[in-house]
Design a binder for this molecule. Structure first.
Ligand code: TYC
Length: 104
């Protein structure tokens, strides 16, 4: 067997860095509106984001008072799916609730 260089013996530094890279994370946010009932927003936070009643109340009030608030942080695909399912579920209940996702 021929002699191997240090670099060809193992992954290159660049390849190893790529392999170890953690996926970028995204926050799912709820957006305030004048029509969705507070209790329904709390229900959403319990059902889709596994929040406790107290956490859900805090997040709902944050959204109500500040215009938006973070429900959770996920990989991009999970964030997109949750954001979409929440809007779909709200629409099924005839509420105009909207979500956003943004880099965490
Ligand atoms: N502003 C709504 C109300 O007064 C409550 C609300 C909270 C709506 C959060 C949407 O993402 C939301 N009924």
């Amino acid at each position: 067997m021929g002699k191997k260089t240090e670099e060809s013996n193992q992954e290159s530094r660049v390849a190893e860095k790529e392999r170890l890279k953690k996926p970028p994370l995204y926050a799912v946010l709820l957006v305030n509106d004048d029509y969705t009932p507070m209790d329904f927003v709390i229900h959403i936070l319990l059902k889709f984001f596994q929040k406790t009643e107290e956490e859900a109340m805090q997040i709902m009030l944050q959204v109500h008072e500040k215009g938006q608030g973070i429900c959770g942080i996920f990989s991009r695909e999970i964030a997109e799916t949750k954001a979409m399912r929440v809007v779909q579920y709200a629409q099924e209940h005839k509420y105009p609730l909207q979500t956003r996702i943004q880099p965490a």
